[in-house]
Design a protein. Sequence first.
Length: 188
Amino acid sequence: QSADTQEMVRVLVAYHSLSGHTEKMADAVAQGARAVPGTQVILKRVGAVTSDELFSVDAIVLGSPVYWSNMAGEVKQFIDDWQFKFGVFPEFKLKNKVGAAFVTGGQISSGKELTMLSILAAMLGNYMVAVSGGGAFGASATTEGNSPGIDEQELAGARELGGRVAEVSAALKRGIARHESRTGVSGP
Ligand SMILES: Cc1cc2nc3c(=O)[nH]c(=O)nc-3n(C[C@H](O)[C@H](O)[C@H](O)COP(=O)(O)O)c2cc1C
């Protein structure tokens, strides 16, 4: 790896989407992250993420449609696969990666915040560093009823989340590198 590549911050934006709304938000999160200089983005459906990708990135931003006030089964499967397929435990292999969430839901008050918190809870359980942006718990959009589709304000929230994830990841990466060179101990 060149020095340049080592300096780059790598952000994985992984999502599930059946009718395209969450995918649109994922594109905007990726766009926001790419706008921060020195950031590389991997944008993928949850089922397509490889072990190399999961472990090489500095941040994981996870997006889901709200299904019955919680995340879609595909997203939960991906999180469970952190252990079943990728074996993160007992070493806590995702420790100190930045984590964030975004969601879309049909109705205004029908589980979006709960879903983001469920995703963040799984990240915290993996000793990841949870960040918000584009909203108190992450970026979200209402897609049905009198607010169909994704509007510009919702896309702006998604871009804001992507940007914040990239910036916090860069700061954390630099801080951890300094800590390791000072103490010889890996990670805090
Ligand atoms: C099985 C199922 C359950 C759903 N449950 C909720 C719900 O509890 N709350 C909500 O706001 N929307 C709910 N929705 C609506 C979706 O969250 C919404 O249409 C979402 O934007 C779809 O995302 P996608 O286009 O990325 O597939 C549900 C949809 C399905 C198919």
